[in-house]
Design a protein around this ligand. Structure first.
Ligand code: FES
Length: 99
């Protein structure tokens, strides 16, 4: 399965992912620059991304993720924390924009 990261300069990078990985893990595996100051515990808000499509197929936002998002900047209705979104098979083609 594949997903697309949209970097800050607008460049798109298509990468492979496996079910059960988080967006952050996929980013780190592929050299995508995402901040993870809390190492994926959903606390720092640094891994904030914008989900461009398939938002209705994402797992629901947990209380932990909600609290972490409070610390992120420029949050929108499509904002998520990359470390808290676990990828599933029906997210093939997911587009994730770095903030
Ligand atoms: S890595 Fe800190 S909130 Fe995701």
């Amino acid at each position: 399965m594949q997903m697309i990261f949209i970097l800050k300069d607008g460049t798109e990078k298509t990468v492979d992912f496996e079910e059960g990985q988080t967006i952050l893990q996929v980013a780190e595996q592929n050299g995508i620059p995402l901040h993870s100051n809390c190492e994926g515990f959903g606390i720092c808000g640094g891994c904030h991304v914008i989900i461009e499509n398939l938002g209705d197929k994402l797992p629901e936002i947990s209380d932990t993720e909600n609290d972490g998002l409070d610390k992120a900047k420029n949050v929108t209705l499509k904002s998520r924390l990359a470390c808290q979104v676990v990828l599933s098979m029906n997210l093939n083609g997911l587009r994730v924009k770095l903030v």
